[in-house]
Design a protein around this ligand. Structure first.
Ligand code: UDP
Ligand code: MG
Length: 320
C-alpha cells in the first residue's frame, strides 16, 4: 500500500502567492499519485497563521473546490515555526508521511518525489537541502550561511543549508509530540529525535509573488531562539572565559606585586589592581558554575523523552 502523504504549508499574508503555487502543489501531488508513490487519500494542508489579508478565504475556496486541499487556521499570528508544528501535529494521526514546505514556491516543489522515494527506501526523515543560493541576494546568502555556521559553533545540531522543507514520517512525529518545549526551532529539534535520515538536494529559487516575512531581525531572533532553546554552550563559555581571565589576572597580579617591590608603582595602585584581578576572575568562574546548574535546570524543565525506541522485533513479527 502506498503511504498517505500530507503536505503541510504555513501561510501568513500570502494572498498574492497562494493562487500561483496552490495549482503547482496539486500538480505535484497528482504526479506522485500517478507514479504510485503515494496514496490517493493524500492531501495538501494549508495552515493559516493568523493572516490579516484574504489568505484564509483563498484556502477555504481551494478546499471547497477540491477535496485534496484542506486548511486549518491559527487563532492569531504565532510565527512560522508554530504554524508548521500545528500542521504536523494535526496531520500525523491521519497519514503515514508529512512534508513541510513554504507556500512561496522558493523551494523546488518537484523535489518531493525524491523525498518520498527516500522514504520508501527506508529513511524516516528526509531533509531538503539547498544546493545553491544563486537567486538569493549577497546579503541574504552571507547572513543565512553565517547563521548555520554560528549555530554549529554554539552547539546546535543543524543540517547545513536545510530550512524547514523536510519529510517526516508519522512514526517520528509520534515521538516528536513528546518534545513539549514552547520555544520552537524545528530544524534543530528534528535531528534530536533520531531515526534514519537522508537528504535531497535542490536549488532555491526566487519567491513567486509577494514579499518575505523573514527580515534580518526575525532571522536573528530565530537564531537566538535556536541557540538558547537547544544548547547550554553559551553558559559553558562563561566558565571557560572565567578560567582564561583567571590566568590573565594571575599574570596581572604578579606584575602589580613586582612593580610595587621594584618601587615603580604609585601608592595604593598595586593593591587595587590585585583586588580587581582577583575579584573579577572569581566572579566569572562563579557565574560559570551557576550557569552549569541553570543549564541543567533548563534541560530538566523541558521534560523531553529520555529514550526513543525506533524499532522492535515484535513489530516486525506483526508485520507493521
Ligand atoms: N510564515 C508564517 N508565519 C509568519 C511568517 C511566515 O506562517 O509569521 C510563512 C510564510 O507564509 C511562508 C514561510 O513561512 O510560507 C516562509 O516565509 P518567507 O517566505 O516570508 O521567508 P523567507 O523564505 O524569505 O525566509
Ligand atoms: Mg520564502
Amino acid at each position: 500500500m502506498s503511504p498517505v502523504l500530507y503536505i503541510i504549508i504555513p501561510c501568513y499574508n500570502e494572498q498574492e502567492v497562494l493562487p500561483v503555487t496552490a495549482p503547482l502543489f496539486l500538480e505535484q501531488l497528482r504526479s506522485m499519485q500517478a507514479e504510485g508513490l503515494i496514496s490517493s487519500d493524500s492531501k495538501i494542508m494549508f495552515v493559516n497563521d493568523g493572516s490579516r489579508d484574504k489568505t484564509w478565504e483563498i484556502i477555504k475556496d481551494l478546499s471547497a473546490q477540491n477535496s485534496s486541499f484542506v486548511g486549518i487556521s491559527q487563532s492569531r499570528n504565532r510565527g512560522h515555526q508554530n504554524a508548521v508544528l500545528a500542521g504536523l501535529m494535526e496531520a500525523y494521526s491521519k497519514c503515514d508521511i508529512t512534508i513541510s514546505i513554504d507556500c512561496d514556491g522558493q523551494d523546488d516543489i518537484t523535489a518531493m518525489t525524491d523525498m518520498v522515494k527516500e522514504y520508501l527506501s527506508g529513511s524516516e526523515v528526509v531533509y531538503g537541502v539547498r544546493s545553491s543560493r544563486k537567486t538569493d541576494t549577497f546579503f541574504k546568502r552571507t547572513t543565512a550561511e553565517g547563521f548555520y555556521k554560528f549555530l554549529k559553533l554554539m552547539g546546535v545540531e543543524v543540517v547545513f543549508n536545510h530550512a524547514d522543507y523536510r519529510l517526516i514520517s508519522s512514526k517520528v512525529l509520534k515521538e516528536f509530540a513528546a518534545f513539549k518545549e514552547v520555544n520552537l526551532f524545528l530544524r534543530g529539534m528534528v535531528p534530536l529525535v533520531g531515526f534514519k535520515s537522508s537528504s535531497v538536494y535542490y536549488e532555491r529559487k526566487e519567491r513567486m509573488a509577494g514579499e518575505t516575512h523573514y527580515p534580518l531581525s526575525k532571522m536573528i531572533a530565530l537564531a537566538v531562539d535556536g541557540i538558547t532553546s537547544l544548547s547550554v554552550k553559551p553558559l559553558r563559555l562563561i566558565s571557560s572565559l572565567g578560567l582564561f581571565m583567571s590566568l590573565i589576572s594571575f599574570a596581572g597580579l604578579i606584575w602589580a606585586v613586582v612593580s610595587k617591590l621594584t618601587g615603580n608603582a604609585a601608592d595604593g595602585w598595586a593593591s587595587i589592581v590585585c583586588i580587581i584581578c582577583l575579584l573579577s576572575s572569581v566572579q566569572l568562574v562563579c557565574i560559570g558554575i551557576l550557569g552549569e546548574y541553570i543549564g541543567k535546570i533548563y534541560m530538566e524543565v523541558k521534560k523531553r523523552p529520555r529514550y526513543i525506541i525506533s524499532e522492535r522485533t515484535e513489530d516486525e513479527k506483526d508485520g507493521k
